[in-house]
Design a protein around this ligand. Sequence first.
Ligand code: PLP
Length: 385
Amino acid sequence: MKPISKVVTETPASGIRRFFDIVSQMHDVVSLGVGEPDFDTPWRVTEACIFSLERGRTHYTSNYGTIELRTAIAEYLRKAEGLEYNPENQILITVGVSEGMDIAMRAILNPGDEVIVPEPCFVAYKPCIAFAGGVPVPVCSYMEDGFAVKPEQIEAAITPKTKAIWISYPTNPTGGIASRETLEKIVQIAIKHDLYIVSDEIYDRLTYDGEHVCVPTLAGAYERTIYLNGFSKAYAMTGWRIGYACASPDIIEMMMKIHQYTMMCAPIMAQVAALEAIKNGYEDSESMIEQYAQRRRVITQGMNDAGLQCILPGGAFYVFPSIKNTGLSSDEFSEKLLFEEKVAVVPGNAFGECGEGHIRCSYATSIEKIQIAIERIGRFVNKLR
Ligand SMILES: Cc1ncc(COP(=O)(O)O)c(C=O)c1O
């Protein structure tokens, strides 16, 4: 047989998946591993989907997504961020933010184009770039900077081949947020070098300290930014698979072309559910966010008490403590912790080389489970001393 795709063969499977294949075989594991809300989707959202199915709404929608959902997203962004996107040609409903990331890369990249990606970052960014023929160029962000990338590092990574800067605040896996000043500087760099910005703001609502800074609202950013967002995190809707991309009409047209030939449209029943979420689900999501905020303090304090240096994250639902003082690598720490104390975390290096020396712990789980996990981690770290 002829060899299969080189780029796909060379891309490692997600470090998260490998680890959770092991976890699924074990009993009594307390998991701080999964990056999805432990809450059920608000009932009003599920019910809207059921009603719509009962009325026989099971057909294709416009390739762009239903005009009702696009209009509701446009209204939401106008109110929440003061952003103006035309629902007719500047908003595309995608199959999760995951699809938005993929088609954004395929729409803008030519073979060999480079995309600068602050790390540690969500596991899919670099593969998305590579699958689109591009070259990911990671730049490291550090705990002492609250895991916000330094604009100077971005500028230093620019070459004649650079096409885009990919940012995502609040960040998975660190929970880091970036200040308005930092983001403004990044936008200025993009303008200076005529680069696109891809801004994945899926955790925007889960910002606990101060305001969320929405990148396309910054001076000069709107025209060059592909803004990605979705329903998975803020509305506990991971399985519904609905996201959206907003950008200039020409970019959205290109993204739509790929979406049209590969997905056709996002599932209609999930679009109906998302419409209910964005129109009437704000309070439901606020109550989940309040609980994450409370858990954030408990887990951060707990990690520090357990002997792992951990900063209070500004957003998302992850902490990213350092395990450097244990002398173990991220993989060793995570595996030993799993087998000896039955706590599942994700090794930090799954999110890029500079995540080495850290573990990602999700607090999208109950306070009771967080407390049990912390007790076990404390015992484990003590044994290592
Ligand atoms: C930063 C980030 N972006 C995108 C996604 C994918 O989201 P979706 O479920 O909308 O595809 C995730 C999921 O964990 C994420 O953490």
